[in-house]
Ligand binder design. Structure first.
Ligand code: UDP
Length: 330
């Protein structure tokens, strides 16, 4: 039995591949290498280069392997890009996911884990950590494109012998504590990655997008989760479905919020040197504040975060950034 990881050469996907191999699973990967890297994949993972919606590739992957579960990461992930180019987000995240779900039904794959996002909530109506039952009100095409996939999964699970877990990720950051993989995307936009690049002198400065939000220091608040804890939640989801658990939608975050300025202070502290920070206007599509209530994941998945410490998240991100700086194949 093999676990198929889509987007396995990407940031979160490559951490998942390592976590599965560490747990003794057989792994196959589909990735078209549009943003991922072949070198991010361990040799033990069977690699298929191509598109997740390609039916000829499905025929090959699903007949060459007995796929027991699909863990689906492939997709586009940048909120402001989705505002500027919504149709490519609906294509990549929704239309292509539909093709992959259809393949799961066709080839009788019983389990599916989906990378969903806190962006399905938009800005929650209360400042309390958000529960899965909160109103779903995405503020960007990115969030909508993911919510549509959640809906397809729900309806497919009602109609077919198919169980899914949708994990709503909060802000994923950091890198493998063993240094085997990390966030390697060129032109990355996510805060901790960009701050790491600025700290290491790979970019001249970092912009803070908006200082007039209704938060304690005027900058947006997010719940940053270490990528290895997130990968572990997927393993737990798989374990639970194998044991007969029903379909589930669960938040993946720690329940603690940090503002953009708090994150930048942490990066400065952990790095030990300051870097150029500039204050600019708001960025399109940003929710003011979003923090997870992770109770359901802890209870249902028996998930216990190990790295819920912003200093550690930042340290592993900086270590990876320094490692990337020493590589010459990118
Ligand atoms: N942010 C920022 N400067 C950057 C990147 C991000 O001020 O260079 C802010 C962004 O406006 C948001 C927060 O950091 O308030 C988290 O953004 P990110 O892109 O990391 O994740 P998102 O929450 O959009 O998925």
């Amino acid at each position: 039995m093999t676990v198929l990881v889509t987007g396995g050469a990407g940031y979160i996907g490559s951490h998942m591949v390592w976590a599965l191999l560490d747990a003794g699973e057989d792994v196959a990967v589909i990735d078209r290498l549009s943003t991922g890297f072949r070198w991010a994949l361990p040799a033990e993972a069977k690699f298929y280069e191509g598109d997740i919606a390609d039916e000829a590739l499905h025929a090959k992957v699903f007949t060459e392997n007995t796929i027991e579960a699909i863990i689906h990461f492939a997709g586009s992930i940048i909120v402001p890009e989705s505002v500027a180019d919504p149709l490519s987000y609906y294509e990549n995240n929704t239309v292509k996911s539909r093709a992959l779900i259809a393949a799961a039904v066709k080839y009788k794959v019983p389990y599916f884990v989906f990378s969903s996002t806190a962006a399905v909530y938009g800005t929650p109506q209360s400042p309390e950590p958000v529960l899965e039952t909160a109103m779903l009100n995405p503020e960007s095409p990115y969030g909508s494109s993911k919510l549509m996939t959640e809906t397809m999964l729900r309806d497919t699970a009602n109609a077919h012998d198919f169980t899914y877990t949708a994990l709503r990720y909060f802000n994923v950051a950091g890198a493998d504590p063993k240094g085997r993989t990390g966030q390697s995307t060129v032109g990355a936009t996510h805060l901790i990655k960009v701050a790491g690049e600025a700290a290491l002198g790979k970019r001249g400065h970092i912009d803070v997008f908006g200082t007039d939000y209704p938060t304690a220091d005027g900058t947006c608040v997010r719940d940053y989760i270490h990528v290895s804890d997130l990968a572990n939640a997927h393993l737990k989801a798989l374990e639970r479905m194998r044991a007969g658990g029903d379909s589930l939608v669960a938040n993946c975050g720690y329940g603690t919020g940090f503002s953009v300025l708090e994150v930048l202070e942490t990066v400065t502290k952990v790095h030990g040197k300051s870097f150029d920070v500039r204050y600019v206007g708001r960025r399109a599509g940003d929710a003011v504040m979003i923090v997870a209530n992770p109770g359901l994941a802890k209870q249902e998945l028996n998930w216990q975060p190990k790295y819920d410490d912003l200093d550690f998240i930042v340290k592993t991100a900086l270590d990876w950034e320094a490692h990337l700086g020493r590589r010459n194949d990118r």
